[in-house]
Design a protein around this ligand. Sequence first.
Ligand code: HEM
Length: 409
Amino acid sequence: MSKPDEMAAAEVFAAILDPTQRGDLYSHYHRLRDLAPVHADETLLGRRAWIVTRFADADRVLRDPDLHSDTSAIELFDTGASGRTFYEVMRKLLLYLDPPDHDRIRGLVTKAFTPRAVDARRPRIQAEVDRLLDRVEDAGKAELVADFGYPLPIAVICEMMGIPDSDRATFLAWAHDFARRGDVSAVTDEVIERGEIASAGFRDYFLDLARSRRRNLGDDLISALVEVEDETGRLSDEEVVSTCVILLQAGHETTADLISMAIRGLLLHPDQLALLRAEPARMAAAADEFIRWDTSVQISQRVGAHAVEVGGRTIPAGDVCVVMNGAANRDPERFPDPDRLDVERETTGHLGFGMGRHFCLGASLARAEIATAVGTFLARFPRFDFGEEPVFRPSLFLRGLARLPIHLG
Ligand code: HEM
């Protein structure tokens, strides 16, 4: 690549990282993909990383069994004694494990997330959606992130884990502080301290719950984790805690983000909104198009023990491939007219749920929650529009809206 192109690509990547430019993210992705589809960068991770924006390259990286989770990413969370509990929880997260530990632990919880298991949960998801929308209707207006997007997935996953209603508010606060601590770009002493309180809170709570489930098994996820211990070997306490935390964390913020971003997408594409109102049966398939069009998990990191060829460039062993899932999903080579939300399009193989070994465990559950939430919202509110401007959160790793004020009626 020529020197001027390299400099231009670095400038575009700086705009991608700029938290004030979240609304323009996808136009920057297009420019980077055109200039340097595999772009060498040292600013994102503080060491050399290869930014992958083309669909074919991203798909190839995620499917490659010789590329592993980037465990060095966890070291970024090592802030010493003051942040130890959070760091210990992160080290055993499924996302950062390789076989055989990864497959052993994933195998214990997979059953709870199959399409059939999710179907059995639909009445509970619907009931929670109805309850939240009753409150929105009574209020006559909504800030959809706080009033709808956020509380729904946390209620669903807490119920699956057997966490009683009375503990949900505490969980929501811990989940929030834990997620903030996970954003390496915004770590302050206060964030570390709150992250520790949240991590210790999760650890003590889940260990207690696991102990009580061992004595008295139920049909919740924590029982599933402890029940098979005799056959497959006992999960360590750390594994129990980290697995519960990833289910809770991966299971709520992502889905919450998608619900509000889908509603924003429909307001920006009135023809698609009209189509879904006229043909609600399309909603199940539309959920994947919402995720393709604007997704929450923007980045997946992988590292090879050997050098790999990606998009004509050689990535040395030990260097990180940073797959930009959102950029890949807007690659015109794979999805024609990619910036258009089109609920009739074929979305098979999109990378919003990742691909390969770490493919999202909760994809079926997320689809069910999004389709139920957005479908019911449309059915109950024949007219709605943007209130004040939506506000994006600064994070690039986990993209989402901080606020989506909506006028009803
Ligand atoms: C729309 C909502 C969601 C999106 C966009 C999403 C996206 C993703 C992505 C991209 C990955 C792969 C990350 C990587 O390769 O580095 C992933 C992994 C994962 N997701 Fe989701 N997710 C969503 C909802 C959920 C839900 C509802 C759950 C479960 C309760 C869940 C649980 C997980 C878990 C456990 C993993 C790690 C899997 C592994 O490492 O084997 N996710 N998700």
